[in-house]
Write a protein that binds this ligand. Sequence first.
Ligand SMILES: Nc1c(C(=O)O)ncn1[C@@H]1O[C@H](COP(=O)(O)O)[C@@H](O)[C@H]1O
Length: 163
Amino acid sequence: MPQVGVIMGSISDWDTMQHTCTMLDDLGVSYEKDVISAHRTPDAMFKYAKTARDRGLKVIVAGAGGAAHLPGMVAAQTTLPVIGVPVQTKALNGLDSLLSIVQMPGGVPTATVAIGRSGAKNAGMLAAQIIGAFDENVAERLTESRTAMQENVEEMRDNLAKK
Ligand SMILES: Nc1c(C(=O)O)ncn1[C@@H]1O[C@H](COP(=O)(O)O)[C@@H](O)[C@H]1O
């Protein structure tokens, strides 16, 4: 039973959303992935959000670009935490996606990460942190990843000192 649902408005979002999936793979968190659109497949979106909790999901990560209504519309229909990933767009560089996701009305929170790949990566990590609040194994892997990141910066400092 997957713990995280990773959905995206179009297959064209996969370039971005694959980074969420890679992060979840690295942290050993089970997930499912799908293309669901609030605009193009409203009934499927409704069903996905309404059945998510009963299917055992704990967190939903939703990526979309442009008029990115998917994360907010999913959040409107479930009390599971929803993390929105603003996909970078050609016309407006993803500012449109960001503002569509982040500016939710009071009462329907949607966690919002940065535009594009880094945001998608952080969405996977944030989803893992939510799971890790209740799962010691995931928490342990998150701690290891922080340690690796710190070691990486130490290496950068050593390299800089040699320049
Ligand atoms: N923002 C949404 C939604 C939605 O929010 O329901 N459904 C599709 N899209 C977005 O449209 C963009 C272009 O999609 P296409 O590449 O399929 O034309 C994608 O970034 C997708 O997330």
